[in-house]
Design a protein around this ligand. Structure first.
Ligand SMILES: [Zn+2]
Length: 285
């Protein structure tokens, strides 16, 4: 008797579940656009190898361990839609014209300065050239400061996701920032520069008016540094007068080969020696 009742109870419950699932099917069909919106947020997190399934709009914290997300969900239908959303294969991250770059081993990097509380690091040969360049500029009362050097893929993921939230889509975000795995900053051969006497120009196109930018245009390549994204660059990446990469060693040149077909071909043995005398010998830039 009892077991038969229980059996009928289960049957009713299963029927109810079936109706519920069919309803979800309709909701999914009719509200593709709404679901797409949910997906957008989920996919933004998918670009990281270590992410939580549901991003929080305010959180920029890295989440190396997926937490069980104890957020209260009033509507179980909504919860199921979100689960469906994460189950669908993510769209590939739009790269636009960014090239993939390997991440340097952080243990091999050298600290070259600070930006606020943050330590800025470069690969050894770039760090040596950087220090010489900063000293040479200082002699001419030009004060180069490091804003952003090496960046891990995880850090880039946070920055990229923040831009996705700000600009509404990955495509819009990729126009102003490289997706994770596609930033030159991963290599340890890149630095965003600032002018110690014009901090209001930090990471703006107006930095092109700074004395640091003018000095770099003249002398940067004497130390192996070149602008990655000048105006109208062939990659069609937005103009970044603050972003300079080091190409003064064979390893660095090889890394950036794909990103500089417009540049003059330079053989490693033609690179200027990074000695204190090299600057005065090289003349104008
Ligand atoms: Zn940069």
């Amino acid at each position: 008797m009892d077991s038969s009742k229980r059996f009928h109870g289960w049957q009713r419950w299963l029927r109810f579940l079936l109706v519920l699932l069919i309803s979800f099917g309709c909701i999914v069909g009719l509200n593709n656009a709404a679901l797409q919106h949910t997906l957008e947020a989920s996919i933004a997190q998918e670009v990281s190898p270590s992410t939580t399934p549901k991003p929080s709009a305010s959180s920029l914290q890295p989440s190396p361990i997926a937490s069980p997300s104890p957020q209260p969900v009033a509507n179980p239908a909504l919860q199921q839609l979100q689960q469906l959303g994460t189950a669908i294969a993510p769209k590939p991250v739009p790269k636009l014209n960014h090239f993939p770059y390997p991440q340097a081993d952080p243990n091999t990097l050298i600290t070259v300065g600070h930006y606020g509380q943050r330590i800025e690091r470069l690969a050894p040969e770039a760090a040596i050239a950087w220090q010489k360049m900063v000293s040479a500029a200082r002699e001419e009362k030009v004060y180069i400061i490091p804003i952003s050097g090496f960046r891990s893929v995880a850090e880039q993921t946070q920055l990229f996701n923040a831009r996705v939230r700000r600009w509404g889509s990955q495509i819009a975000a990729a126009k102003v920032i490289a997706p994770p795995g596609y930033s030159e900053h991963h290599t340890g051969y890149v630095m965003d520069l600032g002018d110690g006497r014009a901090r209001n120009l930090d990471v703006t196109t107006a930095f092109a008016r700074s004395s640091v930018y003018k000095w770099m245009q003249k002398h940067g390549k004497e130390f192996g540094f070149e602008l990655s994204f000048p105006q109208n660059n062939f990659q069609k990446i937005s103009y970044e007068p603050w972003h300079w990469r080091f190409v003064g060693s064979p390893a660095a040149m090889q890394l950036f080969a794909a990103g500089r077909p417009q540049a003059m071909p330079v053989q490693p043995n033609q690179m200027p020696l990074l000695t204190p005398q090299s600057r005065s010998k090289s003349g104008n830039g």
